[in-house]
Design a protein around this ligand. Structure first.
Ligand code: UDP
Length: 328
């Protein structure tokens, strides 16, 4: 039986990956320090004998007993609001955490796939973004802690690949959505749905002409699964190329939720990318992958998920004290 370590296992993508690898018959070790992850996302796995959970911060030395065939490094805060609250931990998990996991992969002779991001393209001047584009990134802006950690992550991963001959894979993940996103993490989909459910106006930042391309989580997981098992060790974009302006997306949410909420406009956050759309030619050619789930279908499932949460979740503010995480 193949054994896989998944970091960020209690997070949105991590938990879906745990489900997928359990389904494929793997023995899964999930690891998370639970700063932004939530055990609720994986509690259904606790009763399985092929699943084990380690509460650990991967920025510190990582140790796993026995053999290991694969590592998926998905631990990281992943929303612009999180980067502002936990900037130092965001840098550390992308940089020090990746270094620790590469070391573990080397010592176990395991193949490692690291979760990179469309953020490495910054506010892109090339559209759509191909893997060959080097990006337009502000090192010292509010998103710099995430973007630069992820860029370093790619560099050190390629260094381990070239210098140590380690088997590595790099996925560049574009905006992905679905059940288990955090309701209050500030990202646009939970933000809009939460606002609609509370009967509040939908807050579009800027004039809403900025674009995003939203990928449903099942499609994302399928792309990652295929990439891990492929022979290809250069970065691959995984995302849905169907692009929409945030203004039009807000209108879609009003229709989907059947509410009569107004759309209101707030200032655009600093360094908010104006356009984002993956060029997925590589994923198509190398992995035979392309998204299958339309935004209409994916958003219906996602809306049902948020609607099914206990009502007090809708009003819960995140009051965690992050001081310790930024300091330690
Ligand atoms: N956004 C918005 N209203 C919100 C939250 C986000 O208009 O309440 C915009 C945000 O400025 C960005 C887009 O939606 O242009 C996507 O934001 P998100 O934080 O989901 O992810 P990003 O792609 O920017 O990392």
């Amino acid at each position: 039986m193949k054994k896989i370590l998944i970091t960020g296992a209690a997070g949105f993508l991590g938990s879906h990956l745990c489900d997928r690898f359990i389904k494929e018959g793997y023995r899964v070790i999930g690891m998370d320090n639970l700063i932004t992850g939530d055990l609720k996302n994986i509690e259904h796995l606790f009763k399985l004998k092929n699943f084990e959970f380690y509460h650990h911060d991967v920025s510190k030395f990582v140790s796993v007993p026995g053999k290991l065939d694969y590592i998926l490094h998905f631990a990281s805060p992943a929303s612009p609001i999180d980067y502002l609250k936990i900037p130092i931990q965001t840098l550390k998990v992308g940089a020090l955490g990746t270094h620790n996991l590469l070391g573990l992969a080397k010592s176990k002779n395991a193949r490692i796939l690291i979760a990179s991001t469309s953020e490495i393209y910054g506010d892109p001047l090339v559209h759509p973004q191909t893997e060959e584009y080097y990006g337009n990134v502000n090192t010292i802006g509010p998103r710099g802690v995430y973007d630069e950690a992820k860029r370093f992550m790619e560099s050190i991963t390629m260094a381990y690949n070239r210098f140590h001959g380690l088997e590595t894979r790099i996925v560049r993940i574009f905006n992905t959505y679905g059940p288990r996103m955090r309701l209050n993490d500030g990202r646009v989909i939970p933000a809009f749905i939460g606002q609609a459910l509370r009967g509040e106006d939908l807050t579009v930042f800027g004039d809403g002409s900025q674009t995003r391309s939203f990928c449903y989580v099942d499609d994302q997981v399928e792309g990652i699964y295929r990439l891990l098992l492929s022979d290809y060790d250069m970065p691959v974009n995984i995302g849905n190329p169907h692009e929409i302006t945030i203004r039009d997306f807000a209108e879609e949410i009003v229709k989907l939720t059947g509410t009569d909420q107004k759309v209101i406009y707030k200032p655009l956050p600093k360094d908010d990318p104006m356009q984002r759309q993956p060029d997925i030619s590589k994923a198509k050619e190398i992995l035979g992958w392309e998204p299958q789930v339309s935004r209409e279908d994916g958003m219906k499932v996602t809306y049902e998920y948020f609607k099914s949460l206990p009502e007090d979740e809708l009003y819960k503010k995140e009051h965690k004290d992050f001081t310790e995480y930024n300091r330690s």
